[in-house]
Design a protein around this ligand. Structure first.
Ligand code: ATP
Length: 239
């Protein structure tokens, strides 16, 4: 399996504050890889560094073998990476339909209708709420919209930042189920950042643990789920 994404010795800073320390990881074609870690570990920074905001100060970000470290964000998006950022940043005053249109804009509208049908099949709730203002959707529906909007550009790699944040267990199950189906049916490659380690490790083929900006453990989802130190830190009494 070839690497869709590879980080090689990446360090990122916010001014003097170092948020990522020599991070190396890879995501292979067709995989769901999860990055778990506590609050402030640097998970969101890693996602944003892939899009060059902040830019990696040392190391390289490779996408399908090409060095994208210095590319502007819009060029990275055009190459086929889409992200659903933390906090479901949808456009609240726009309708569901308009939000989905914004997602499709990254490429072109050629396949708009076909893609829309796929999104409705994945999240039927979005079809029911098509004309509704996005800001009035429930938290779970907003998360579905944020993911669907990212998918409208037909990405090869989807970056998901904490899709479970603030959602009820049943809704989390639905959303993680949709990600699993997408991956199985279309081969979509996914990098999933999560504090909800239990669910994320069950979903993912492989996982990395980030502590204070550094990768401290890696393995299959099942391997990490079985590790006592993971159970103690992130599962039992944790998240
Ligand atoms: P959370 O789950 O709480 O979102 P995280 O693992 O995503 O946490 P990051 O948001 O990547 O963590 O933050 C990593 C570190 O970088 C933290 O110490 C944070 O305070 C710092 N940081 C994040 N964004 C900025 C910023 N814009 N300016 C300065 N420091 C920042």
């Amino acid at each position: 399996m070839s690497n869709v994404l590879e980080l090689q010795g990446v360090s990122s800073f916010y001014g003097p504050i170092q948020a990522l320390r020599d991070v190396s990881l890879d995501v292979r074609e067709g995989e769901i890889v999860t990055l778990i870690g506590a609050n402030g570990a640097g998970k969101s920074t890693l996602m944003m560094t892939i899009f060059g905001q902040p830019k990696a100060k040392t190391g390289r970000v490779l996408y399908c073998g090409d060095d994208i470290t210095a590319l502007p964000a819009f060029k990275i998006a055009r190459r086929g990476i889409a992200q659903s950022p933390e906090g479901r940043r949808i456009f609240p005053r726009m309708s569901v339909e308009e939000n989905l249109l914004m997602g499709a804009q990254v490429i072109n509208y050629e396949d708009y209708d076909t893609n829309l049908k796929k999104m409705f099949a994945l999240f039927p709730r979005l079809e029911e709420r098509f004309a509704q203002r996005a800001g009035t959707l429930s938290g779970g529906e907003q998360q579905m919209l944020a993911i669907a909007r990212a998918l409208m550009s037909k990405p090869k790699l989807l970056l998901l930042d904490e899709p479970s944040l603030g959602l009820a267990p049943l809704v989390i199950k639905q959303i993680f189920g949709a990600i699993r189906d997408l991956n199985r049916e279309t081969g979509l490659t996914v990098l999933l950042v999560e504090q909800n380690a239990n669910q994320a490790l069950r979903l993912a083929h492989r996982a990395y643990v980030l502590v204070n900006g550094q990768i401290t453990l890696r393995g299959t989802g099942a391997e990490l789920l079985a590790k006592p130190e993971i159970r103690a830190a992130y599962l039992e009494g944790g998240h």
